[in-house]
Ligand binder design. Sequence first.
Ligand SMILES: [Zn+2]
Length: 287
Amino acid sequence: MSGQSTSDHATPGRVTARSDVPVLMYHSVRADPPSATRTLSVHPDRFAAQLDALLELGLTPVPFGALVAHWRTGAGLPARPVVLTFDDGYADFHAEVLPRLVERGLTASLFVTTGWLADAAPADRAGAPLDATLCWSQLKEIEAAGIETGGHSHSHAALDAVRPGVLGDELARCRDLLEDRLGRAEQVFCYPFGYSDARVRTAVRSRGWAGACAVANTLARPAQGPYALARLTVRRRTELSTFRRLVQGVGVTRHYLADRALTKGYAVVRRTRTSLVPVRTWERDRP
Ligand SMILES: [Zn+2]
């Protein structure tokens, strides 16, 4: 189990639970998305084909928290895990994603921006969602179906750019609302825009989240630490053949170098900052 190996030349089928795991980043699954989410909104038919490809390849979706627990405590995982994550809390998760997961008996992790929810109390409304969002009753139904929910801040602020008081408020409101409304402390967090730095990661850790995911377009590995586990962006234009290679760890670096060249507004500066002082310890703060 070589945690340091690059997987670009790995033989398909050799991704192992302990070394590197594909964590997929989705936002929306819609046939006809608004322009604001279009590049990151996967067509429902393509999404269904991706799920079937995972199963055909022998990969087993597990919640993000299960991967964190596996690397922290050695908790068991299937032999070939994959993690499906969904950011922001768009309504199409309930309409398009959930039925396709349920009919295949699969799980995923959904990261919720609490101030964006469709029926957020007036005092809790914050930020500006890019598309219709879920409501609390749908979140309960989603949790009851075995989907993991996690935090994605309260207003979808770029947490590495806000004042300390705002950072604390973004984390506390998100965590408290999820805990109050869903009845349990959420274990996992996801940085809005993927942006974090050492201060943000330390704050997330000290608030009691067990782990957090970023966006680094590489496979997740233990050396990244539990508060900056990498994810692979799945775009609307991601071909099924490409998807099949990526989830097997084949051609990941090459694919995302080309992807970066095609993606406007790529945050090179922030990504550089992100890599400076990560919280790499798997030791855990207790809230
Ligand atoms: Zn987001």
